[in-house]
Design a protein around this ligand. Structure first.
Ligand code: PSU
Ligand code: MN
Length: 340
């Protein structure tokens, strides 16, 4: 028998206003029937970004990653919700033929939060980055997002002829994290970034970074980076408690939960590969939104494909942890256990 055990967090009380708001959102955003039902019933939902499937990972690993992430979420009694813009319609719960187009990586644009409205007007397929996914998932009242690694401050601008030479490429993920109250589960920020600068920026923006069973920031592909974290928690319930206090206080920033990848690569190997990839990007004149996918692809070559296996593993494990946390946040742990 499925029993519901509810915790009483004042911020999640459904008011008439909140219900009306959700109804309005659903006329703008297409929420899949399964996600809509979960939201209505107050069951845990985990948002998943789609840029990792359409740009971050090659075929067939992108399909493998999607399959494993969706399964990991469902196995824990939560409902997965892939966010995207499908032929101009913002979607929460990408599925079926729409999802297939994204996995085929055919003409799918990479879109951030600011691109959602233009992509809708242009009626294109757009895969949402963490920033874009935060915007859509939050509009649909979802509290938890799982991803591989967040964007951040890039290393020194590789293109010396760039008109704004002094301006560092900085992912819009950071600014969006600063204004979107969601829990984001990841394995740190991508290895290709300037990690100390990224952590400084998150601090300035008021975005807490909490470790799940780790003392230092994981390096996405590696277990550590040497950057100490201020907070370490041992359980999903502790993370949920921090989150609920954050929301009860009316804080409006995201909270980033980091855990180590299950099958990390040696740090020296990754550092060397990253440096070679960055040199190659500078020589090839790659910049802007194309830089992240380009570097990730190059890293695969540089590591003989082992970065891919690690990437897929960590995506699955982040989806699993996000589901456990989502179950604690919504208080539906019994449902999770009954279905697992
Ligand atoms: N991590 C990955 N693969 C990816 C990304 C992250 O392993 O493809 C994507 C995420 O969608 C993230 C985005 O939000 O890269 C950041 O890109 P940019 O630096 O252009 O903001
Ligand atoms: Mn950028």
């Amino acid at each position: 028998m499925v029993t519901m055990r509810r915790k009483h967090y004042p911020w999640r009380t459904q008011t008439d206003e909140a219900s009306r708001d959700l109804a309005l959102v659903m006329t703008t955003v297409r929420v899949s029937p399964a996600v809509a039902a979960a939201l209505r019933d107050g069951r845990p939902v985990v948002a998943l970004e789609s840029s990792v499937f359409a740009q971050g990972l090659p075929q067939p690993q992108n399909r493998e990653a999607a399959r494993r992430m969706l399964a990991a979420v469902r196995a824990r009694g939560a409902e997965p919700a892939i966010t995207a813009v499908a032929r101009g319609t913002p979607v929460v719960g990408l599925e079926g033929a729409d999802l297939e187009r994204f996995l085929a990586r055919d003409g799918v644009r990479k879109i951030s939060a600011r691109d959602i409205a233009p992509a809708a007007a242009a009626r294109v397929d757009g895969a949402t980055t963490v920033a874009g996914s935060l915007a859509l998932a939050h509009a649909a009242h979802i509290a938890v997002l799982a991803t591989g690694g967040i964007g951040g401050v890039h290393r020194v601008a590789p293109i010396s002829s760039h008109a704004f030479d002094a301006v560092r490429d900085e992912s819009a993920d950071l600014a969006e994290l600063a204004r979107t109250p969601m829990l984001v589960v990841c394995a740190g920020a991508k290895t290709i970034l300037d990690l100390p600068a990224t952590m400084e920026r998150l601090e300035s923006l008021g975005v807490a970074v909490v470790g799940y069973r780790v003392d230092e920031l994981p390096g996405f592909l590696t277990s550590g980076t040497g950057i100490s974290l201020s907070w370490r928690f041992e359980s999903a319930a502790q993370v949920a408690a921090a989150w609920c206090m954050h929301r009860a206080l009316g804080r409006t920033q995201a909270m980033v939960v980091v855990q180590a990848p299950p099958s990390p690569l040696p740090r020296g190997m990754v550092d060397d590969a990253v440096n070679r990839a960055l040199d190659a990007a500078a020589r090839a004149g790659i910049a802007g939104p194309a830089l992240t996918p380009w570097l990730l692809a190059r890293l695969e070559e540089e590591t003989g494909g082992s970065s891919l296996a690690t990437n897929v593993e960590l995506l699955e494990s982040n989806a699993a942890l996000a589901s456990e946390i989502a179950a604690e946040v919504t208080g539906d742990v019994e449902i999770g256990r009954a279905r697992a």
